[in-house]
Ligand binder design. Structure first.
Ligand code: HSE
Length: 424
């Protein structure tokens, strides 16, 4: 059996997990998959990490040329994250004919076309199972197992940090900022949590997942994005009364006029939906295929060994290929607009604070009525001379809701529109 030379770019959390799996599972990978993996070089400047993992220091350096110039290195796994120097290094490796395996969702979502061009030119493979939902094998499910279906919808909880925060707010009746602070103390959330809590991480993953699901390149700027930082425990509590759980969802849908709708935002889902049972830092992706119906994949979306297991799966898979395949899309990046829907339709939960006076509900309802927005139910909770009123709206266009809210906010009986949450 010939050896497959591998290089690791970085020995952080996922790089370290990958190293440990390649070492611990070396014999079983060789026996079960016929691939003899030899780690030939590691790029890492932190020698503490190198020592902690018991890596032979003679294969460690900070110079990418050591990887490029070794003809025995066939596969390069990248763990730097962010755009640079990851992107330049990866392109260099691909052009040199080395297959690249990466977990770097931001770089992949933004520069997929550029990376794929370099891969084709170098006749190298480009694999990214670990970029979305960590250890959950969603990429290969989409690329290799859905040929008998047109995917109608892909909807997921693809960020563990936000799911942890929302689950804790719901289970313990806590406010967002208190849970975030605690999560940061425990190391579950980053010191700068923006990428997770404002939905950027989910947006990158949705760009990749929906591009594969709909065979249409979905650039990140086509994705509507809203995070969880303005969610209050009051809304989570009201949602419970309606039988709903609040989740940060990444949603890709094919619309009835054959366009693609892509959005990341907090949403209420019925407690009966399988995604409602996904708690804590777990992730899950629900797919609706026109023939198979519903599928759901569930598991750990982050962590050294879960994400490392996806990287190792790509390394083994890549080593087994005689010829690498490249993803093809219906559109090109220069003309994507006609493929995307601009104004999506949803049900809505709207909470406002109003004066407790006769005719208040009538004046608000008349705005909805004039704009042909249909109300599903109204619930009111009195607080002295004020009240919270919650309108649940039937399916309506986002643009109509925005128009209604700008008129409702101007009504003298309405003190504030406190929250607008979509219902899936
Ligand atoms: N920060 C991500 C999460 C994991 O919280 O799920 C890496 O994408």
């Amino acid at each position: 059996m010939t050896k497959t030379g591998v290089a690791l770019l970085g020995l952080g959390t996922v790089g370290g997990g990958t190293y440990r799996i390649l070492k611990n599972n070396y014999e079983s990978i060789k026996l079960n998959y016929g691939v003899d993996i030899e780690i030939r070089h590691i790029i890492e400047k932190d020698m503490k990490k190198v020592q902690e993992l018991g890596v032979d220091g003679s294969i460690v350096s900070c110079d990418i040329e050591n990887v490029i110039n070794d003809p025995e290195i066939k596969i390069v796994a990248e763990f730097f994250g962010g755009i640079e120097p990851a992107k330049s290094y990866i392109i260099k490796c691909l052009l040199a004919g080395k297959t690249v395996v990466t977990a770097n969702k931001e770089m992949f979502a933004k520069y997929w076309h550029e990376l794929q061009r370099a891969a084709k030119k170098g006749r190298a493979g480009l694999y990214f199972e670990a970029s979305c939902v960590g250890g959950v094998p969603i990429i290969r499910t989409l690329t290799e197992s859905m040929q008998g279906n047109n995917i109608l919808c892909i909807m997921g909880i693809v960020n563990g940090t936000t799911n942890y925060i929302l689950s804790k707010m719901a289970d313990e009746g806590l406010e967002y900022k208190d849970v975030l602070k605690e999560a940061q103390k425990l190391g579950y959330a980053e010191q700068d949590p923006t990428a997770d809590v404002e939905g950027y991480d989910s947006m990158y993953k949705l760009s990749i997942l929906s591009s594969l699901a709909f065979h249409t390149r979905v650039p990140v700027d086509k994705i509507y994005r809203e995070g969880i930082s303005s969610i209050s425990k009051t809304d989570i509590e009201f949602g419970k009364r309606f039988g709903y759980t609040l989740k940060l969802l990444a949603i890709g849908k094919r619309t009835h006029d054959n366009k693609i709708e892509v959005r990341v935002h907090p949403a209420f889902i019925s407690n009966k939906h399988p995604l409602a049972a996904v708690k804590g830092s777990f992730n899950a992706v629900h797919i609706l295929g026109d023939n198979v119906g519903d599928i759901m994949l569930y598991g750990r979306g982050a962590g050294d060994l879960p994400t490392g297991s996806a990287i190792v799966s790509d390394i083994v898979y890549a080593a087994q290929q005689r010829k690498h395949e490249y993803t093809s899309f219906r559109n090109t990046l220069s003309s994507p607009s006609k493929y995307f829907s601009k104004d999506f339709e949803c049900e809505y939960y709207i909470r406002m604070t109003v004066k407790d006076l006769p005719g208040v509900i009538a004046s608000v309802s008349s705005v909805f009525g004039r704009l042909k927005i249909s109300i599903n139910s109204i619930q009111q909770e009195l607080m002295g001379d004020k009240a919270y009123v919650i309108f649940m709206l039937h399916k309506t266009h986002e643009s109509a809701v925005k128009k209604a809210m700008s008129q409702i906010e101007k009504l003298s009986v309405v003190e504030s529109v406190d929250s607008i949450i979509r219902v899936e």
